[in-house]
Design a protein. Structure first.
Length: 285
């Protein structure tokens, strides 16, 4: 592996110190630098937590708080969803989109979509997440990827459970679906939400080590394509309504922002602790 682009040796880039060298920048953007008053306020609070609990302790606490926020987001989204469906707004697309999907079905495409959508299910997605976690943890010699991926997955699961219990929406009729059938509540789409979040956080972690703009663009495109096609496969197979998938993507995006913000706060605290930067500089002042 030799020397890193920033001039750090392999030993120096291992663990927490390596994160400051290799994970702080996306292009020319320093993730540990906060330009807004709100960002600087968050950074100062994270530094105080880190001083008491250590950087990892602060990260875990911030992510736990974020998971609570994620659950509240699911309930809030459910309330908005009910208002929309009562007004027959976006939900007016559900039946036309399902009918259009049914016209595209055939034995070969149905079988392919069924096999593919399993990647975002309760077996496929944990396996993919575990593989990605192992590769990132071993490659970076740091537990941070494990914390981020596991917390991201837990938050998406909480949002899925909260949304399904709150709304209890029925799935499309079995006569319009492709077997094997599913019977849990339809809103939000768990496959869509979990695949969006896991693909998103893994892409974020990969992007941190991408040195070229093209590599970052391809990483984002691959993650987006995976999340998009998993979601659309749910509608194609008649296992979810379109609005179930749209809501899942919205919740997933909001949760990813929270997780990535928590990681940036962790980097800010670690920068101050390990590099001895003055607090004002660490906050971007």
């Amino acid at each position: 592996m030799g020397v890193h682009p920033q001039g750090a040796s392999d030993d120096e880039s291992a663990g927490g110190k390596g994160e400051l060298i290799d994970d702080r920048f996306v292009g020319d953007t320093d993730l540990a630098r906060w330009k807004t008053p709100a960002g600087r306020w968050l950074a100062s609070r994270a530094q105080r937590l880190s001083g008491r609990l250590g950087p990892y302790g602060a990260l875990i606490l911030i992510l736990a708080a974020g998971a609570v926020v994620a659950s509240l987001l699911a309930f809030a989204t459910g309330g908005v969803y009910e208002a929309v469906t009562e007004a027959d707004g976006v939900a007016a697309l559900d039946h036309p989109v399902l009918e259009a999907a049914m016209t595209l079905r055939g034995p070969t495409l149905d079988a392919a979509a069924t096999a593919y959508t399993a990647l975002g299910g309760g077996i496929g997605m944990p396996i993919l997440a575990a593989i990605a976690t192992a590769v990132l943890v071993l490659g970076r010699r740091s537990w941070t990827p494990a914390f981020l991926i596991l917390t991201a997955a837990a938050g998406s699961l909480l949002m899925t459970i909260a949304g399904k219990q709150l709304i209890g929406r029925a799935r499309p009729p079995l006569s319009d679906a492709v077997p094997p059938y599913e019977y849990s509540p339809s809103f939000p789409s768990g496959h869509s939400l979990n695949s969006f979040v896991i693909a998103g956080i893994v892409a974020y972690l990969v992007i941190l080590r991408c040195r070229s703009r093209r590599a970052r663009a391809w990483t984002v495109a691959a993650a987006a394509l995976f999340a998009l096609t998993i979601g659309l496969s749910r509608v194609f197979l008649g296992h979810h309504w379109l609005t179930d998938v749209l809501a899942a993507w919205t919740l997933g995006a909001a949760w990813l922002v929270l997780v990535i913000t928590a990681h940036r706060l962790y980097l800010t605290a670690r920068k101050t602790e390990n590099l001895g930067h003055p607090r004002g500089e660490a906050q971007g002042r």
